[in-house]
Design a binder for this molecule. Structure first.
Ligand code: 6CS
Length: 294
């Protein structure tokens, strides 16, 4: 394998064990792992300006976040964050790949400055971190065997049928099933999106629950599987950037720039590039999304 290049699978496997700093735009520099450096306290904007970089937690789940073949970070959330941060004088964004359930603990431990992963807003998360204004809203779907033999179209169908559904452990979908009081025996916890598809192929699950757009990016075999229509009884999923509550002064400045950016054609272009509808988030508030259970 060419030095400095590791496979996507290897990247995900290793990322489960450690945070991985991926310089934006630069090649993966020898696959070193960035040891978690406790970020100094003080004003977040000043700190990021002094460092010349914003360190952001991502999940590497296109189209929300993506590691490009050159090791750079993209996806709808990092691309929007990059545009807003540039307006605040911070030119570089450095993605760190971590599991969703590690994003908030790592933020609180000051291992990264912010979360730009499509970490959907819900009551329990909004109690722990400060979210920016919403960047996007997006639907959820199942991927099931072609023909949907178990007729899984909504969360209630999981309740009423003898099925097992794969979800990312600690992710928003895990919370959806728990809130619907679906027993753990009906859930299969997987570490990330690709292993959700693998669990279907291995016959360990009847469906995989994930954002519709993410399922569309997994290259599933359309001869064997299909993605269901949007799930009508799943809570509205929306995300923005996540910050420590102690950085609320910065969040106010970030929101002012984000709101101005959301009025530009560039914002609409970024969302559409990744398959999101910029109109869908209009009028949606953080307070509204933070009322979601889960
Ligand atoms: O917010 C979450 O936990 C979910 N967000 C995305 C973009 N994918 C799956 C994950 O469970």
């Amino acid at each position: 394998m060419e030095r400095g290049r590791i496979s996507r699978r290897d990247l995900i496997r290793r990322a489960g064990a450690a945070a991985l700093a991926l310089p934006l735009g630069g090649a993966l520099a020898g696959c070193e792992f960035e040891s978690p450096s406790a970020l100094a306290k003080g004003d977040l904007l000043e700190r990021m300006k002094a460092a010349g970089v914003a360190k952001v937690a991502i999940g590497n789940e296109p189209p929300y976040t993506k590691i490009e073949t050159d090791g750079s970070t993209s996806g709808v959330e990092p691309d929007v964050a990059r545009a807003v941060l540039e307006r605040l004088g911070i030119d570089r964004v450095e993605g760190v790949i971590v599991p969703y359930e590690s994003m908030i603990p790592g933020l609180k431990a000051r291992r990264w400055d912010m979360i730009t992963a499509g970490l959907f807003m819900k009551r329990s998360r909004c109690a722990e971190i400060a979210y920016s204004n919403p960047v996007l809203v997006s639907p959820e779907s199942f991927v099931v065997e072609k023909g949907n033999p178990k007729t899984l179209l909504k969360i209630d169908d999981v309740k009423r049928n003898d099925v097992k559904v794969a979800v990312i452990g600690g992710g928003f979908e895990d919370g959806i099933l728990k809130t619907a009081e679906i027993p753990e025996s009906k859930m299969l916890k997987v570490p990330e999106a690709r292993s959700g598809i693998e669990s279907l192929a291995a016959g360990r699950a009847d469906a995989f629950l994930l954002p519709t757009l993410s399922l569309g990016q997994l290259g599933i075999d359309k001869g064997r599987y299909e993605i269901t229509p949007y799930i009508p009884d799943a809570p509205k999923t929306g995300s923005g950037a996540g910050f420590r509550k102690s950085d609320r002064r910065f969040v106010a400045r970030y929101n002012a720039e984000l709101d101005r950016f959301k009025a530009t054609p560039e914002y609409a272009r970024i969302l559409r590039q990744w398959g999101f509808d910029p109109e869908a988030v209009k009028g949606v508030t953080t307070a509204e999304l933070c009322r979601s259970e889960g």
